[in-house]
Structures are given as structure tokens and as C-alpha cells.
Design a protein around this ligand. Structure first.
Ligand code: AMP
Ligand code: MG
Length: 496
């Protein structure tokens, strides 16, 4: 048991232990302290998030290191591990839960109340076969990608810090332990709701959870004729927009199990994720996903599958099962509209016109056939000059079949002319939605390799670049380059 820790007076009034989860009863969680790790040290911190939370000063000190590593228990109450269940790879997996995550409390920020959770803080009653720990490798990946996604404008849990320890942790090889501090309005997953229907079979607990969630996070739904259905539809639409965000930027989550689906429509649980390098609709980023269930192109339909599981879990609260199916049905239109809108924006098209889908698909088909680098191609198209005869070599040179590109470019030029597009103005709009800098696997890998040797500066430098993904950053072109040959052989496994 860790010694209780006194919170600094300046922080105490702002840091509360009355999260939605704390307010629910013991059926929903277990209160317990973290398990101490030896010789903890800072690996990385997000100054931007610290400032948003008003924690910049505190985060510089030893007390933050003790609390956020799980080594010191807050004196205002004990952290919580919450219970959930879920479907993993399409199969019911039964009870899961926070096997290595602890909810410390809540803090006010400009974006509203934020929960603070640490991941890797030790065993919980939900650890099952696991050790309650996270390794440095996966913690750096989660930290960097959470912040990268936020700065790309994609809803996500955030990451405040990574703390390292020399404590050995066994994965495929022996690695070292780390703890990530995660920040989000809520860490509730679809699986929290599935738990009370299928595992605990406790409709009263389900009702309490749903009521609390609607009241706190979806207050607009309370006035609806059927608040549960209204809320489910909002979740469906948010999930659809999140899937469109992922597809448009080329993000593959890798483990879209229902226990990894946020009820707020946030990207959550960064494990074997990856951004597309070459455009490949069948790309599977998770080395352990042998069936390709979570391949890039399948993510939108998996999002809908997961909503079915959520709707099914709500059956005890809704008499008519058809009403539940109807509530998630808008997912399809919402996704279709959202992805078209994002892809049009990526090509700088303001209006929606007949033939746009075909224009976009033709480009993506050529990219898929040639395995063109998705991010670089889209970014180079930002420089497209629409004057007849303009060579547009920066984009054109990326393609193998230049004649096919030329045919497409002529159509694109005509399409731009149809909405009287002004090049300079369009180019600015396109650069604001086509990132130059994304967290490619090899960039994360380079940061991890140096961090393992005790040099954390490259991780912090990479974070700084990823905080401005749409800006031209002089001197940082190496972060925007094609992946090196060695990166083709990087295998990202589920183990974290
Ligand atoms: P994931 O596939 O990472 O979303 O994890 C699925 C479930 O396994 C969740 O309940 C996690 O809390 C749990 N889990 C994953 N890794 C560990 C670990 N090292 N120790 C304890 N529980 C874990
Ligand atoms: Mg998970």
C-alpha cells in the first residue's frame, strides 16, 4: 500500500474525485491505489496540454512524478479501476475492465472537466492474465499519437506525460515499464454498457449508467421523447464522423474491439495503430490481426458493427428492438456525407457536384494500384496549379503511370474551373486539411530506440513537430519524408 500523498494547496481546489465513475457504486469499479514502480523518471510531457489544464507548474515537480506514476496515492480519495466487457475480434469476450488503468480524478479545463487516468499503474481486479503494466515502447507511441491526433483536429483522448522506470516487463522480449497519463472528458467505452447487460445482467445498473451518461455528457437528449434512443443516435453520428476522420487522414486503429470504442466518439486505446504510408485499402496495421478484420478499408463498417453491439446492450431499456436499429441507422448517411465532405476538402473542392465521387475514386484507385504514399501525394496536390499546361511535376512525379495522372489532372483542372477556384486561395485551404507531418511508424520507432538508451529529447522534438501538422516547418523535412527501407519490415504487435 502506498503512503497517502498530500496535494498542494494550489491544486487541491481544482482537482476533484467526483468523476461520473466515482459517483456510481461498487458494481461499477474497484477503488485501489497504484503499485509503486522503482526509480521513476520523466520521459515526455505535453506542455500544451499541461497549460490547458493549468498544470504547467505542477507538472515540473516531483509530486507530479510520484502521483502520475501511481507511486503516491492522492489524499483526497483512492483511484478507481472500472469494469467493462466487450466483443474482441467479433467474438464476445466477457468481462474485461481497466486491467492496468487507474482513474485519479477530474480537473477543470477550458474545454470543460477532464478526467485524469494513468495507464500502466499496476494490477487491478480486472487484470486477468496481464501484469498491470505498460512498456516504454507502447507508452511513447500512445503519448505521441494522442497528441498528434488532437492537433490533426481528430477527437481523441489526450496524453499529458510518460513516466519511465527500469522495472523489467516481459512481452515478446523483456522491456521496461512506463506509465502514460491520459486525459479525456470520459474514458467510458461501449463495453461498459455491454457489461451490465451480458455479464452482470443488471438492468438497474445499466439504467443508472445510461442516465448518468446522458445527464452529464448528452444533456440535449434529456428532453427527447425517448432519451436513450436520442442519445444512441448521437453516439452513432459521432462515431460515423470519427470514422470519416480516420479514413481521410489514413489512420488505422488496429484493435476496434467494442471495449476500445469511446462512448464520446473519441479515438481511444492506442495500441498497434498505424498511419498509411503507401495507400493500400487492405492495409492491416496490427500484426496479430490475421483475418484483416480491422483493415483500413473495413473500419467504417466495423464502426457500424460495434454500434450494433452497443444497441443490443441497450435492449433492456427499450421495448422495441426495431427502434434501436433505427437509432443507429443514420450512421450510414452521416458517414457517407462526412467522408465525401472531407475528401472534397482535401482536393480543395468547396461545392458538391456530380462526378466528384468518381474524380476522387479515380485518384485513390491509381494510388492504390501504385502504392503511392498517401500523405505525401495529398500534400503535393496542394501545390497543384490549374492553368492549362502547368506541369505540376511535384505531384506528377510521384506516380508511375504519368499518362493516367495527366488524364486525371485534366479532369481535376476542369472541375476546379467549374467552381471558379482561385489557386492561391485553394492551396491555403488544402494545406489546412492535408497534413505534412503524421506519426509514421518509423518516426515513432526512432524516438523509441533513442528513449531506450535514455535520450528522450527526440521524443519531445517529434512531439513539437506533430503539434503543427499542417504548417511548413523549415528544417524539419526529414519528418515529412518517405519511410526508409528498414521501416517496411516493422511489425507492430498487439503486445503493449
Ligand atoms: P486492449 O486490447 O489493450 O484494449 O486490452 C484488452 C483488455 O486487456 C483490457 O481489459 C485491458 O485492460 C487488458 N490488458 C491489456 N494489457 C494488460 C496488461 N499488461 N495487464 C493487465 N491488463 C491488460
Ligand atoms: Mg483497450
Amino acid at each position: 500500500m502506498n503512503a497517502p500523498h498530500d496535494w498542494p494547496a494550489a491544486l487541491a481546489p481544482r482537482w476533484r474525485q467526483d468523476t461520473l465513475q466515482h459517483g456510481l457504486g461498487p458494481a461499477f469499479h474497484t477503488a485501489l491505489p497504484g503499485q509503486a514502480l522503482p526509480d521513476v523518471h520523466w520521459v515526455a510531457r505535453s506542455d500544451a496540454l499541461a497549460a490547458e489544464l493549468g498544470l504547467a507548474g505542477w507538472l515540473a515537480g516531483d509530486e507530479a512524478l510520484a502521483v502520475l506514476s501511481g507511486n503516491a496515492a492522492p489524499s483526497h480519495g483512492t483511484p478507481l479501476a472500472t469494469v467493462y466487457s466487450g466483443h474482441q475480434f467479433g467474438v464476445w469476450a466477457g468481462q474485461l475492465g481497466d486491467g492496468r488503468a487507474l482513474l485519479l480524478g477530474e480537473i477543470d479545463s477550458d474545454a470543460g472537466p477532464m478526467e485524469i487516468q494513468i495507464k500502466g499503474g499496476g494490477l487491478t481486479p480486472y487484470s486477468r492474465m496481464g501484469d498491470g503494466r505498460a512498456v516504454l515502447r507502447s507508452s511513447i507511441r500512445e503519448f505521441l499519437c494522442s497528441e498528434a491526433m488532437h492537433h490533426l483536429g481528430i477527437p481523441t483522448t489526450r496524453a499529458l506525460a510518460v513516466i519511465g522506470s527500469p522495472a523489467p516487463v516481459r512481452r515478446e522480449t523483456v522491456e521496461t515499464a512506463a506509465v502514460v497519463t491520459r486525459v479525456a472528458p470520459s474514458f467510458l467505452r461501449f463495453g461498459h454498457f455491454e457489461h451490465f447487460t451480458h455479464t452482470a445482467q443488471d438492468p438497474l445498473a445499466l439504467q443508472r449508467l445510461v442516465n448518468a451518461v446522458i445527464e452529464r455528457y448528452f444533456p440535449d437528449c434529456t428532453d427527447a421523447a425517448h432519451p436513450v434512443l436520442a442519445w444512441l443516435e448521437v453516439v452513432a453520428r459521432r462515431t460515423a464522423r470519427l470514422m470519416a476522420d480516420w479514413q481521410a487522414v489514413g489512420f488505422c486503429h488496429g484493435v476496434m474491439n467494442t471495449d476500445n470504442m469511446s462512448i464520446l466518439g473519441l479515438t481511444i486505446d492506442y495500441g498497434p495503430f498505424g498511419f498509411l504510408d503507401a495507400f493500400d485499402p487492405g492495409h492491416v496495421c496490427n500484426h496479430s490481426d490475421h483475418q484483416g478484420r480491422y483493415a483500413y478499408a473495413r473500419q467504417p463498417s466495423i464502426g457500424f458493427w460495434n454500434l450494433h453491439a452497443l444497441a443490443h446492450a441497450l435492449a433492456p431499456l427499450v421495448e422495441d428492438p426495431q427502434a434501436l436499429r433505427d437509432a443507429i441507422e443514420p450512421y450510414k448517411d452521416e458517414y457517407a456525407q462526412a467522408i465525401q465532405q472531407r475528401l472534397r476538402a482535401k482536393l480543395g473542392l468547396r461545392e458538391s457536384r456530380d462526378g466528384d465521387t468518381e474524380l476522387i475514386d479515380t485518384l485513390l484507385r491509381q494510388m492504390a494500384a501504385e502504392r503511392t504514399d498517401y500523405t505525401i501525394a495529398m500534400r503535393r496536390l496542394c501545390d497543384f496549379v490549374s492553368a492549362p499546361g502547368a506541369p505540376n511535376t511535384t505531384a506528377r512525379d510521384l506516380f508511375i503511370d504519368r499518362a493516367a495522372f495527366d488524364v486525371w489532372a485534366t479532369r481535376y483542372r476542369e472541375r476546379l474551373a467549374a467552381e471558379a477556384s482561385v489557386d492561391t486561395e485553394r492551396q491555403i485551404r488544402m494545406r489546412a486539411v492535408n497534413p505534412k507531418y503524421i506519426l509514421r511508424n518509423h518516426l515513432a520507432e526512432q524516438a523509441i530506440r533513442t528513449a531506450r538508451e535514455g535520450d528522450f529529447a527526440p521524443t519531445q522534438r517529434l512531439l513539437q513537430v506533430l503539434e503543427h501538422p499542417f504548417d511548413e516547418q523549415p528544417g524539419q523535412d526529414e519528418y515529412a519524408a518517405l519511410p526508409p527501407d528498414w521501416a517496411q519490415h516493422l511489425e507492430i504487435s498487439c503486445s503493449s
